[in-house]
Design a protein around this ligand. Structure first.
Ligand SMILES: Cc1ncc(COP(=O)(O)O)c(C=O)c1O
Length: 400
């Protein structure tokens, strides 16, 4: 075996991760159980969870319906090849089609995989309607689309990108202003513009409906596929099943992942028939994507997050949550700005977000950052007013 001489830069974090590769700065908390929107650590401490596993655990913890769906799934086939038909994946795709703009669905296993696949589909379509030069993928300033080569190339975070260059070619990041986009989005060279209707990791930036409408008009006029990455903001988090429905701007491609299978790995690409018609057998594939086990569970999650009563509660309680955050801002003077909608909020603080996150943990509240000075609040979608108020009180104590 060759001798490794390269120094290990993160050796000091090894005890926190044990033998796991230390790509995460893990908190010194071992989570062992949960119920509703609360998590329990190995010492028996309880936390209000405003992270939802970073927008995954829409139904919270120990949800009875989810548990039953997983048991049902386990009673059936777990996996067979995508070379054969299975009913759960077909039913799930049909439900997504019924509930959205889309005509066709491709399933995969994560958010980044959904984006990478959607980029391929956009290119396939663009070359069918244009020349081979029509292949560029354009992302926006502040975006996060994942950590593989093309998604990373569309992700605006220098520290994530720099160590791994060269990234995928033909992918660039544009300023968000309409004037420069109008210059950059060439009908001849651009295949797709990828947009998070609410930029999550980039600081919870809610893109304006009028702005998104302008992007829709511009891309339609130039036959550029408009792709919405709803991996974080979709599936109920805005109080609408899809974030595009909140702003009434319909994309050509849409990616989903995070909450779709209740914590099991799954991603999905939704698309119009026009794009789907250019994809042929062999153009793309996945061993696991849309298998019967995950699809059975996802059918349950989709029905739950599409429930009009749940969506109305997210809109109503989300608005109240935003007002409460403004109240905390006024009372503590420790918040610079509050942004968000539904159950997805970002607050800019005057001190490093990591310091507030650590103090919040001491108060029994789990938070995640979105940049060095921004806290992100993503309660499970089943959170009640009392749950939210409990978390908000802990937040105020942590800030104050
Ligand atoms: C908007 C967005 N796109 C893509 C991804 C990548 O998803 P995954 O971590 O499942 O690959 C994320 C994850 O945080 C995300 O928030």
């Amino acid at each position: 075996m060759a001798t490794v001489t390269t120094p290990v830069p993160n050796a000091s974090t090894a005890p926190v991760s044990g033998p796991l590769l230390p790509v995460y700065k893990r908190a010194p908390v071992e989570l062992v159980d949960g119920k509703g929107i609360r998590l329990i650590d190995a010492e028996g401490r309880e936390y209000v969870d405003f992270t939802s596993g970073i927008a995954v655990n829409a139904l919270g913890y120990a949800d009875e319906g989810l548990r039953a769906a997983m048991h049902r799934a386990a009673d059936g086939l777990v996996h067979v090849s995508n070379l054969f038909r299975t009913a759960p994946g077909e039913r799930l795709a049909q439900r997504l089609v019924d509930l959205s703009f889309a005509d066709r669905v491709f399933f995969c296993n994560s958010g980044v995989e959904a984006n990478e696949g959607a980029f391929k589909f956009a290119r396939r379509w663009a070359r069918a309607v244009g020349t081979p030069a029509k292949h560029e993928i354009v992302g926006l300033r502040g975006a996060f689309h994942g950590r593989l080569f093309a998604s990373l190339a569309a992700t605006d975070r220098p520290s994530y990108r720099a160590p791994f260059r060269p990234l995928a070619g033909g992918v660039s990041i544009a300023e968000r202003d309409l004037e420069s986009l109008a210059r950059i989005l060439s009908a001849e060279t651009v295949a797709t513009l990828v947009v998070e209707p609410i930029q999550g990791e980039g600081g919870v930036r809610v893109l304006d409906a009028g702005y998104l409408r302008e992007l829709r008009a511009l891309t339609a006029e130039r036959r550029i596929a408009l792709m919405f990455d709803e991996i974080q903001c979709g599936l109920g988090r805005t109080g609408h099943l899809f974030a595009y429905q909140r702003v009434e701007v319909v994309p050509d491609l849409l990616t989903l992942a995070k909450p779709i299978a209740g914590g099991l790995p799954m991603g999905a690409i939704l698309m119009t028939e026009e794009i789907a018609a250019t994809i042929k057998p062999g153009d793309h594939g996945t061993t696991f994507g849309g298998g019967p086990f995950v699809a059975t569970v996802a059918e349950h999650v989709l029905e739950r997050v599409a429930d009009p009563a749940l969506l109305a509660a997210v809109r109503r309680e989300g608005a109240r949550f935003g007002e409460a955050l403004e109240g905390i801002r006024a009372r503590t003077g420790r918040i610079r700005e509050v942004r968000g909608t539904g159950f997805l909020w970002g607050i800019d603080v005057h001190e490093p977000a990591a310091d507030v996150i650590a103090r919040a943990r001491d108060e029994g509240l789990l938070l995640v950052g979105a940049g060095d000075y921004t806290l992100r609040l993503l309660p499970p979608l089943v959170a009640t007013r009392e749950d939210l108020d409990d978390g908000l009180q802990r937040l105020e104590r942590a800030l104050g």
